[in-house]
Each structure stands twice: as structure tokens, then as C-alpha cells.
Design a protein around this ligand. Structure first.
Ligand code: FMN
Length: 301
């Protein structure tokens, strides 16, 4: 059975990717997760300058998901390179570094600093953080998405993945902008805008008031967006949003994903990748499927 997948030139031993912000930088989970079951880890998003993040509380758990407003808390790129990156090379997985910029210049600075680092296998451009108080996210605009990726593409030969928001009217036009601009893959979905109010205090449960919703509740909506995108572009789609078990993952493959991302599930079960991968193998064996391409092409509508 062949579970290897290619995301541009990035070769993953299996199609399970731990999503940005839910798995630290990877090294923190050493001893808690089986890295042989993880095709790649996407780091939490790195910015040029260190960021404290949003006012606490930053996470609120609902019946079937979580709302977060972390606000890109991270040590900044220089400290990441010095303090965190060296340890990552020792883990038996690939490292996709998530980049967050507040301008094109910042994305360029991040790529220039990280491109020469051997531990960096690929970049994921976070074009979709909902917690920065901006009027519009980059991936809510076809033009901004296309122009940014086109300009960054010239700066690196490493695989470039664009992580997009599901909060758009037409995900197909955004997916096409990503593909036309020369990205190697689209990663989707990021969180949905959301709010939860404490009826006693009449205040939001989150310091930042609103946040991004993730976990099981978003799965059917995420699956739909992934299916729409995968049917309209030729580059790989890394699909996820609400995956908690192998059945969810299989649905995302059937909808056209080349690889799947595990996010919120990691917060409760850091070793979720191991059991999900084992069950995917069993499912493929039972259905006499030798590779993931068979699975991807077998959705009957
Ligand atoms: C606590 C938390 C922090 C996150 N931080 C980031 C981040 O820094 N960058 C990013 O691109 N996505 C971030 N995300 C979004 C996840 O990577 C993922 O796209 C989203 O949660 C949907 O998948 P899920 O339902 O499997 O969690 C974060 C999600 C959570 C729950």
C-alpha cells in the first residue's frame, strides 16, 4: 500500500499533516505523538516581530468545537530560527513553516530569512488569520491573493502552500487565484468567524470578543469548500476543518484532498495522527485500494 503523497516537490511519507497552531512547532509534542505517523507538521504562524497575542481568555470550548483568538502569539522569526528551528531537524517528519505578514514586505522578509534554513521543507502562507482586526483577510480577495503569491513565488524554490479562509462567497475563485499565481498547493480551511456570549456577564467569553471556530461542528461546511476547490484546480488541496477520526479523513480524500490536516483534535489527543493513519490503512485494505489516488478518484457523487 502506497501512502506517500507529493505536495509540489515536497514528498510526504503519508498524507497526515498537523495543522498550524495546534501542534506547537512540533518539538513540544515529542514523547506524546508518534512522528512516524505524521507526514508533516505545520508550525504555528511566525511573524517578523515577536507577538504577545490577544487579550485572554483566548480559547472557549463549545459543545462541538472551540473558538480561539490566539492572535498569532509567537516569538518572532529571529528567535524562532535561533531557539526552535535546530530541534526540528531531529524529528522524523517534514516541517512546513507557517508565515504571517502584515504587509507584502513582511512576507518577503520572512521568506528571505527562512529560505536558507535546512530544516524548512516548505512554506505555508497564512492568508487567513481572522484575529488581526483588519477589515479584510488577504484570501478574501482574489486580487490580493494572486498578487502576493506571484511576488513571493519568485523568492523561493521551496514548496509554497497558501492557507485560505472559508469565509468567502466563492471559494473557487480564490482557489484559482492561488493556483494561477504559482503556489504548489492550497491548504483549507482556516477557522470560521464566531462569537460566544456569557449571558450572566453579558460579555464575550473571549478577551478579543470574536474568534475563529474550529472542530467537529465545521466539518460538513469545510468538506463542501474542499470539494468545490479540488474540482476546480489541478494543484493539490490539503483538506481539513473538523476532522476527528478516520471516517472524517476519508471523506476529505473522497472530496479530492491530496493530504488531510488535523487541527483541534490535536488539542485533546496529540497522538490522533497515529490512530487515524492506522484506520485509514485498514479501510484501504478492506476496499482493496493500493494508493490514495484510487481513493481520491472514487467519489461517486
Ligand atoms: C488554538 C488554535 C490556534 C490556531 N492557530 C493557527 C495559526 O497560527 N495559523 C493558522 O494558519 N491556523 C491556525 N489555526 C487554524 C488551524 O490550523 C485549522 O486550520 C483550523 O482550526 C480548522 O481545522 P480543525 O477544525 O481541524 O481545527 C489555529 C486553530 C486553533 C484551534
Amino acid at each position: 500500500m502506497n501512502l506517500a503523497v507529493n505536495i509540489g516537490k515536497l514528498k510526504l511519507k503519508n498524507p497526515i499533516i498537523c495543522a498550524s497552531g495546534t501542534f506547537g512547532f512540533g518539538d513540544e509534542l515529542k514523547g506524546l505523538a508518534d512522528f512516524s505517523s505524521i507526514g508533516a507538521v505545520v508550525s504555528k504562524t511566525i511573524t517578523v516581530d515577536p507577538k504577545e497575542g490577544n487579550l485572554p481568555p483566548r480559547i472557549y470550548e463549545t459543545d462541538c468545537g472551540v473558538i480561539n483568538s490566539i492572535g498569532l502569539a509567537n516569538p518572532g522569526v529571529d528567535s524562532f530560527i535561533k531557539e526552535k528551528l535546530p530541534a526540528l531537524g531531529k524529528l522524523q517528519t517534514k516541517h512546513i513553516i507557517s508565515l504571517g505578514g502584515f504587509s507584502e514586505k513582511e512576507y518577503k522578509q520572512l521568506i528571505k530569512k527562512l529560505d536558507k534554513q535546512k530544516e524548512v521543507d516548505a512554506f505555508e502562507l497564512n492568508l487567513s488569520c481572522p484575529n488581526l482586526g483588519k477589515k479584510k483577510l488577504i484570501s478574501q480577495s482574489q486580487k490580493l491573493t494572486y498578487n502576493l503569491i506571484k511576488n513571493l513565488r519568485k523568492l523561493t524554490k521551496k514548496p509554497l502552500i497558501a492557507k485560505v479562509t472559508p469565509e468567502v462567497t466563492d471559494i473557487i475563485e480564490i482557489a484559482k487565484a492561488v493556483s494561477d499565481a504559482g503556489a504548489d498547493a492550497v491548504s483549507m480551511v482556516n477557522t470560521y468567524f464566531s462569537l460566544a456570549i456569557d449571558i450572566e456577564t453579558k460579555k464575550s467569553y473571549l478577551g478579543n470578543i470574536s474568534g475563529g471556530y474550529s472542530g467537529p461542528a465545521i466539518k460538513p461546511m469545510s468538506l463542501y469548500k474542499v470539494w468545490q476547490a479540488a474540482n476546480s484546480i489541478d494543484i493539490p488541496v490539503i483538506g481539513g476543518g473538523g476532522i476527528t477520526n478516520y471516517k472524517d479523513a476519508i471523506e476529505f480524500f473522497l472530496a479530492g484532498s491530496t493530504a488531510v490536516s488535523l487541527g483541534t483534535i490535536n488539542l485533546a489527543y496529540p497522538n490522533a495522527a497515529e490512530s487515524i493513519l492506522a484506520e485509514i490503512k485498514k479501510y484501504m485494505k478492506k476496499n482493496k485500494m493500493k494508493n490514495l489516488g484510487n481513493l481520491r478518484r472514487s467519489f461517486n457523487g
